[in-house]
Design a protein around this ligand. Structure first.
Ligand code: ADP
Ligand code: MG
Length: 265
């Protein structure tokens, strides 16, 4: 049993980001509970990435606040923020001239961990993302499949034992089987390590299958925040209903195909 790290509550208060005339994020208020896996769902351009990046200060808000366990995140020093918040993005961008081990060890290195601690941590992380350490630690990123690279992306983000994970379409570029595996495994890691996770996706099915709660964004606004079950049964809003109808319809179509009469036209 691994020792869980302290997860955190994240509060977004009247959060806003404006680029010229574009209101990328408009007055978002959202509390992400300690230990929750929250999915930010919305179409392209709805403000998901901007919202996510304001949490770890990759983007500074135009107005509003982010609190982490009640503490304004601007109070954190950069090393503290790096340690407490892991970040995974879609095309993971491993450094090509560094080994897998070196890629994973970037943040621990910045934080001044000893060599032995880093080595042990890399072993532990590779096991966690189900890549045999002896086989993988000395490889270069070009010797990995897309799914394996995303696993390293998750391992790298977890390296300094953060309590919060931010993930921007982490499984978006993967084939469906690999994606399905990684979704499952990430949920396990999230639970086992007692993390607070915020994951961005535009994929309704992924949101419904992975989230504790889904926050739907459109044009920079938060339309609805609810559990997958509530989203499906009581979407309230027409746009949310339309979003949710797609996976339902596809699932009905699949069932119809499976039950089709053999005969044909
Ligand atoms: P999503 O991740 O949901 O696709 P983004 O948060 O990336 O959406 O973008 C939200 C809106 O803000 C879009 O209209 C986008 O064009 C705009 N935007 C994002 N970043 C910038 C930027 N650096 N400069 C100007 N406009 C931006
Ligand atoms: Mg985005």
């Amino acid at each position: 049993m691994r020792i869980p790290v302290p997860s955190a509550m994240i509060e977004l208060q009247n959060l806003k980001k404006q680029y010229g005339d574009t209101e990328a994020v408009r007055d978002v208020n959202l509390t992400i509970q300690d230990g929750e896996l929250l999915v930010l769902l919305g179409e392209s351009g709805s403000g998901k990435t901007t919202t996510l990046k304001m949490i770890n200060r990759l983007i500074e808000p135009t107005a509003g606040k982010v609190l982490i366990d009640g503490r304004d995140h601007t109070e954190f020093a950069a090393p503290e923020l790096r340690r407490s918040i892991g970040y995974v993005f879609q095309r993971i961008g491993l450094f090509p001239h560094m080994t897998i081990e070196q890629n994973i060890a970037i943040v621990p290195g910045l934080l001044g961990w000893s060599k032995i601690d880093v080595t042990d941590r890399v072993t532990e992380l590779l096991e966690m993302v189900q890549l045999p350490p002896d086989d993988f630690r000395k490889r270069s990123p070009s010797q990995l499949s897309g799914g394996q690279q995303q696993r390293i992306g998750v391992a790298r983000a977890l390296a300094a034992k953060p309590g919060v994970m931010l993930m921007d379409e982490p499984f978006g570029a993967l084939d469906p089987l690999t994606r399905d595996q990684l979704q499952d495994q990430y949920r396990q890691i999230h639970r086992e390590l007692n993390l607070t996770s915020v994951m961005v996706t535009h994929d309704m099915t992924e949101a419904l299958l992975m989230a504790d709660r889904i926050a739907v964004m459109k044009s920079g606004e938060l339309l609805k925040v609810a559990t997958p079950r509530e989203m499906l049964n009581d979407p309230e809003n027409d746009y949310v209903a339309a979003l949710m109808s797609t996976p339902k319809r596809q699932s009905d179509q699949l069932e119809a195909i499976a039950n089709e009469d053999v005969g044909g036209p």
